[in-house]
Design a protein around this ligand. Structure first.
Ligand code: RAT
Ligand code: ZN
Length: 436
């Protein structure tokens, strides 16, 4: 590099170059729960695609928060869940947005989303927002949100063991037909509740037995191939509890170990496809809160070590839910090139923790990870989840480039843009084999 191409940027110029590069870089969002309009997006919201003010305000993170203000001895859980979605949204809006300052991350997210969509977030009732959303057409609204959030592809979560969703896939061969959305085969129950999973597989025509006799493993293999193909899945995913473990050496200990070793990983190897593990979700800590009742727990990192070491020809995408697991996960990724670390998941998707994790990952892994995924459930949330995360990623990168400058190395704008493209889009796309 010649002397002229080296930019010695002053701190303000560097910060502005980095934040522009981060803002302008389209993101491939690698894990969400958003569905395409093909799954149904009617204005009465009976489909799977969630969008608009009532879905936004009844996000399960906000349901958990409203029960801190109006506890269940004042409004029992069952009474809340018996209310219509609009009534639930009115209740949440009143208590979290009108009578209190919306300071929490999930509350601020609604404010950012409304503001960036051009709406005034100070309304005392939801009616003006309802009116505005009723004028949006779902398909065009997807384009609008993707443009405001600068997201080029939304990765879905397509749950084979969800009866409603599975029936949709069985009766509509074109569900993967919206190129803005990438499907993912999600198979939690196969590993977490084999007796129940085997019943569903049998109902679907797979000759499996709960004791693994007969053709069971071949039939699980057949199901995985068939459903990866039917969904046109880009990867296979599971969310796992803190207790998840994979032993050091065969023989296997339980159903999950056998299925992982003899069906899941061979299928993925044959198809050159990664397995995404999201480890640390403890379901139903407060079951009455439904989807809002889950919590997290610290997991054993050796599960990840053992999988990466024993299956070196397989590839693993891993995120973990507890803050305590983050350092060891980044260290393990230094040992195994077949491990791709991604995202600040769920209770970690908060500015203070995103900053801490992104800084640590850059220090341990350089640019070889994906700092964030949105986990959005409601389409509109892409706006805030990415706006908030981009600002933190830009801040951390600016600090790191300043540290480099203090060490005598000055980055070019081209380098900054390349780093940002890898972090927000290309590392993930390469890892799953999508075009970059
Ligand atoms: O983040 C969430 O919305 C959680 O409820 C879970 O869905 C989690 O992200 C998961 O994928 O299991
Ligand atoms: Zn998720």
């Amino acid at each position: 590099m010649t002397e002229q191409t080296i930019q010695r940027l002053d701190p303000a110029a560097l910060a502005s170059l980095v934040s522009t590069a981060v803002a302008e870089q389209p993101v491939t969002d690698l894990h969400t729960h958003v569905f395409s309009p093909l799954f149904g997006a009617s204005p009465d919201h009976h489909g799977l695609m969630l969008w608009g003010i009532d879905d936004l305000v009844t996000y399960h993170y906000l349901i958990a928060e409203v029960f801190r203000v109006v506890p269940s001895n004042e409004l029992p859980y069952y009474s809340f869940f018996a209310m219509s979605k609009q009534e639930q949204a009115d209740h949440i809006w009143k208590h979290l947005f009108v009578e209190r300052t919306p300071l929490s991350e999930a509350c601020r997210g609604v404010i950012t989303t409304l503001s960036k969509l051009g709406l005034d977030p100070h309304e005392k009732t939801l009616e003006p927002y309802r009116q505005w959303f009723s004028e949006q057409e779902p398909g065009a609204f997807v384009d609008k949100v993707m443009q405001v959030a600068n997201v080029d592809q939304i990765t879905m979560t397509n749950a084979f063991f969800d009866d409603n969703e599975r029936h949709m896939w069985m009766h509509n061969p074109d569900l993967a037909g919206d190129a803005r959305f990438a499907p993912v085969l999600r198979i939690d129950k196969l590993l977490l509740d084999w007796p129940a999973a085997s019943n569903v597989l049998r109902e679907c025509g797979y000759d499996v037995r709960v004791d693994f006799s007969g053709q069971t493993m071949d039939e699980i293999t057949r199901m995985l191939h068939e459903w990866i193909e039917k969904m046109k899945a880009v990867y296979v995913a599971t969310s796992l509890p803190p207790e998840f473990h994979y032993p050091t050496l065969p023989p296997e200990r339980n159903h999950a170990d056998r299925i992982i070793r003899d069906a899941l990983l061979p299928v993925l190897h044959e198809r050159n496809m990664p397995w995404a593990l999201m480890i640390g979700a403890r379901r139903g800590a407060n079951p009455a809160l439904q989807a809002a009742g889950d919590m997290g727990g610290r997991a054993d990192i050796n599960a990840v070590v053992n999988l990466c070491r024993q299956f070196q020809d397989n590839r693993f995408m891993v995120t973990m839910l507890s803050r305590e697991n983050q350092h060891e996960l980044a260290v393990v990724a230094r040992k195994f090139g077949n491990l791709f670390v991604f995202g600040c998941w769920w209770f970690l998707n908060n500015p203070s923790l995103i900053e801490e994790m992104t800084r640590m990952r850059l220090e341990l892994l350089g640019t070889t990870f994906a700092p964030q995924h949105s986990d959005a459930r409601i389409l509109d949330q892409l706006v805030y989840k990415w706006d908030h995360s981009r600002k933190i990623i830009a801040k951390v990168l600016t600090d790191k480039y300043s540290d480099l400058a203090a060490s005598g190395y000055h980055v070019t704008e081209e380098q900054i843009r390349k780093d940002v493209a890898m972090l927000l889009r290309d590392n993930y796309r390469k890892f799953v084999g999508l075009p970059t």
